[in-house]
Design a protein around this ligand. Sequence first.
Ligand SMILES: *Cc1c(COP(=O)(O)O)cnc(C)c1O
Length: 363
Amino acid sequence: MIEYPIPMVPGPTSVPQVILDAMNRDYPSPDLEIEFLDLYNQTEKLLQVLYETKNRMVIHTGEGMIALWGALKSTLLPGDRVLALASGVFGYGIAEMAAAIGAEVKVYGVEYDQTFQDLDAVERIIETFRPKMITAVHCETPSGTLNPLEKIGILKQQYEIPLFYVDAVASLGGAPVKTDEWAIDLCLGGSQKALSAPPLAAFIAVSDSAWRIIKEVGYVGYDALLPFWDAQEKFYFPYTPNWHGVSAIYQAVKLILDEGLEEVFKRHETVADYCRRELQAMGLRLFPAKEAIPSPTVTAVYIPEKFDWKELDRRLREKGLVVGGSYGLLAGKIFRLGHMGSQAKMELVEKALSVIKEVVHST
Ligand SMILES: *Cc1c(COP(=O)(O)O)cnc(C)c1O
């Protein structure tokens, strides 16, 4: 099987041995053993620290998309108004998902190389449109940007918008996600980005007001949040939980908390700054516009003119480096380095940059 000597894909990220070890045993039935419930409850507590929240967590088997869908379907009814703030593939995608459920969606979009900093226009829309939900993406992984959420949270509170939905899948564990301070009602995370676990779980921090709406809506489905309301109390989950997976998540979050949240965020910032500086020094052009905020978890770079993506990818792989391409409008235009979680390491990024330098400067 192919191995990545220098893994820099922006998810799934490379999984540390301690996390693999946490899964590597023959677990008994999670439906029967109280030991599983204890682990689930403890994992919820660790996730609450990571999310900086008092809100209850839902831990779904699956990966990021089950959280994105489940949180929309569990809270929206046809005709509900949704304001989708979109600056990239996921932001526009969430708008389409909400529309598919029958919501009346207003998209406030900016270019993919921008982030939401000036919210005057957003505030004017909120004043008249009065949405039930505002959606936003924290880290837009395909474009390497990080949208600040604090001011959106202030507007949400000021205009008493019932739901603030945030996709934090690619920032959680690599950048601060202040769920309570930013007034996020549905905060979504996944296992295979900065947590560096395999793609096996998604988490949603659910506020009290979101739980009220979830009960009103009463959505029934595999991805529904409602059954998790009393799943722990009744020790009755809507499907057989993934003990291996929850065990991996427990270990992944514990690794982060043992290192220290501040330390972990600083490590991501340092590595990201270094990566961007060095790429520019090689003559490469970063993707996000100057005024946009780059994400500490992923760097997006224009593919140099002399290569197409396939050729660049082939040349980098020859030297052991595997990076990400991109999607949607950016496919074939940019490539991305995922310095998140286990991959936010200086030695690794130095190796990656030296390969890029060799390839880019070759003739
Ligand atoms: C990876 C990712 C997701 C979830 O997608 P997966 O299917 O789990 O890969 C959602 N949102 C963002 C911003 C992501 O980067």
